[in-house]
Each structure stands twice: as C-alpha cells, then as structure tokens.
Write a protein that binds this ligand. Sequence first.
Ligand SMILES: Nc1ncnc2c1ncn2[C@@H]1O[C@H](COP(=O)(O)OP(=O)(O)O)[C@@H](O)[C@H]1O
Ligand SMILES: [Mg+2]
Length: 248
Amino acid sequence: MNGHAMLEARGVTVRFGGLTAVDGVSAAFAAGELVGIIGPNGAGKTTFFNTLSGVQRPSSGDLYAHGRRLTGAGPHRYAAQGIARTFQTPRVFAELSVLENIEFGLEFAGRGRQASWLLKDAPSILHLIGLAAQAELPAATITPSQQRLLEIGMALATRPRLLLLDEVAAGLTESEVDAMAQLIRRLRDELDLTVIWIEHAVTTLLRYVERVIVLHQGRKIADGTPAEVVRHAEVIEAYLGDEMAEAA
Ligand SMILES: Nc1ncnc2c1ncn2[C@@H]1O[C@H](COP(=O)(O)OP(=O)(O)O)[C@@H](O)[C@H]1O
Ligand SMILES: [Mg+2]
C-alpha cells in the first residue's frame, strides 16, 4: 500500500470478561475502498466497528488513521479524522423532523469541515439520500428503511472521509436492500469516501463490494475479493455454505 492507510487496525483484541469478542484482527483500509465485513451473529463485527470509531477501546492492539496512532482516544478524535458511523439500532431524534435531524448533524460536527457541494446543507443531503420529500415529517413517522437512510444522512452531515455502516440493510425488503447497496456505491463514488459496510445477510453485499473481510468467533478468517472469499474453504465450512454458494 502506498503511504498510510486511511484507517488501520493492528492486532485488535477486545475482551469482555472471559469472552474474546475480537481476536487479534488486523486490517487496513485504503482511500476510496468499499469493503464489506460479514460474519454470523456474535462474530464480533459490531465490536470491531466500535474500535474503528473509538467507541470501544481495544484490550490490546492499535488503531491508526493516516499513520497516526489513535488507540485509546475518544470518539471525537476519530470523528476529527473524518470517521463517521451508523449504529445497528438507528439513533435518530424521533420528535425532530427529518430535516432537523440532518441540521443537528451539521451543527454538531460538520460545519467546520470541508465538504463536497453535495453535502453543502441539510436539503442537499436529503436530496442525496432520497429523503427530500420527507423533510418536514417527524423522524418517528418515516418507515424503518427511511430511518436507516436518515441515519446515513446524519453521518454524512459530519462530512466524513470514511463511513462505517453497521447492518443498514437489516430488515429491508429485497428491493430496498438493492436500492441501499446502490446508494452506498454512489456515495462512495460521488463523495470520494472510504466505506466499510457490515452486513449479516451477505448475498447483496457480495455483489457490490470490492473486498470482503470475514469474521468468525472474533477472528478474521478471510480478506479478499468476493470471488476469492466465496471459494475459501474455512469460510464455507464455518457457516456460510448455502448462502455463499447461492451468491456465487
Ligand atoms: N458490551 C459487551 N459486553 C459483553 N459482551 C459483549 C458486549 N458487546 C458484545 N458482546 C459479545 O461479544 C460478541 C460479539 O458481539 P458483536 O460484536 O455484537 O457481534 P456481531 O456484531 O458480529 O453480531 C458476542 O458474543 C456478544 O455477546
Ligand atoms: Mg452487530
């Protein structure tokens, strides 16, 4: 890799008491990459994400952004490096309108940062994520898939360089999942973002990412192109046989 990775984990381990949720995971993410992280429930995907966004301090191992060590710093330091994330359970302000939720994100974090004109103000962001028609609705009244979009919009309002998405397609219909995948690709392309996308359901994800990391019981068992990973013996054996075969 030329120069420093946008974000790099080196030997990251997270223990909760006797349980090792993330076990010595190393991975580097280059500018502009769209990388998927897959694995069964409990594989450590969210916990690994939490270390990448500074929400969880690793028990051992290190995080670097552009070669700068960030281990142990708070989430604001990660945000200052342009790292933004969504949560597996959407965290929107239910009583505020869709537009006000985006404005909150802009006020809170985004204004001071340089941004693409696509992110210049809250209406632009709503347009980009396809929620312009819902701008005035209370966030509580929009559909679950629209709430996922809104959460992505709130992350974009911080004007990130790297976007971490935790199961943004969970619970969506098949056509909504495809629309979400297309949006994620478009955001990466048009905003020049690095995107790391966790999904439990892998079939759609494998069609859209260029690289996929597989976690199993906290360990990274594969890291390669979707075509490589679906042929990986340990991956197939571990748990994904049927679904992976279908995707291939
Ligand atoms: N805060 C926590 N305290 C204790 N155990 C946790 C905590 N967060 C996650 N775990 C455990 O760590 C493992 C990995 O969880 P998680 O990272 O949420 O997996 P995934 O996102 O892949 O489903 C699971 O066994 C889970 O129960
Ligand atoms: Mg999770």
